[in-house]
Design a binder for this molecule. Structure first.
Ligand SMILES: Cc1cc2nc3c(=O)[nH]c(=O)nc-3n(C[C@H](O)[C@H](O)[C@H](O)COP(=O)(O)O)c2cc1C
Length: 210
């Protein structure tokens, strides 16, 4: 399989230090809004990398469910592979790639669990079948067949025909950023990279070589 010829030139937009907002979370919100308006595929999908107890990296895609002045929120199973990694090493790296806009955002930071109340509130807003699924799926565990999962979901639905409580092992995490980088593709691989670092209680903005 020859992949050498697959190559795109990026030229849609430029990014300068001056045009970037002083606060990177507000800059992120500007870019996320533009991704949503541009109808990119899954604008809130982000890769999240963690480090497990053996010191090995591991990554997967999750959905961003909230961004606020504190950071970036997603929801998952606390017993999953990523949940176990975060219990051991509460740091993560996030990555958004909005191909249609030739943009990437990289975020690194400490991770904290949301409060039970915050997780309850979001869980209650999910569709019924997703709430059943949170109980039925022992996320990241080996299962003998798909039928085992379907039978478990049917059993839980029978037990909870209306109200589905949140499983204690399912909830949200907040990624509190200490680094955020905005990458805009440019011609001839001379891309624009603006990186923010949180130091001495303030955000510093720097340009990086591509
Ligand atoms: C577009 C997309 C969105 C996803 N969103 C979530 C999510 O919000 N939460 C989640 O736990 N898994 C989500 N997944 C599944 C994860 O990628 C992953 O398979 C799962 O969380 C188990 O990961 P782990 O074994 O590393 O813990 C999503 C997958 C895709 C492709």
């Amino acid at each position: 399989m020859d992949l050498h010829h697959i190559r795109a030139e990026y030229s849609k937009q430029e990014l300068s230090q001056r045009q970037c907002h002083a606060n990177p979370i507000q800059q992120f919100e500007i870019w996320l809004n533009e991704a949503i308006k541009a109808e990119v595929c899954e604008p809130t999908a982000m890769n999240i990398a963690t480090i497990n107890a053996q010191g090995k990296p591991n990554s997967r895609v999750v959905l961003l469910k909230e961004v606020n002045s504190q950071g970036f929120v997603f929801f998952t199973n606390y017993h999953s592979q990523k949940g176990q990694a975060l219990a051991h090493q509460p740091f993560a790296a996030l990555n958004f790639f909005w191909a249609e806009l030739e943009r990437q955002v990289r975020i690194e930071g400490r991770v904290e669990k949301l409060s039970a109340q915050q997780s309850d509130d979001y869980f209650a807003s999910r569709p019924y079948t997703s709430r059943i699924g949170a109980w039925a799926s022992e996320q990241s565990a080996v299962i003998s067949s798909k039928n085992v999962l379907l039978a478990k979901a049917a059993m839980i639905a029978a037990q909870h025909p209306l109200h589905v409580p949140r499983p204690a092992h399912w909830g949200g995490y907040l990624v509190i950023p200490e680094m955020i980088e905005f990458w805009q593709g440019r011609p001839s691989r001379l891309h624009d990279r603006i990186r923010y670092r949180f130091e001495n209680d303030q955000w510093l903005k720097e340009r990086l070589a591509p």
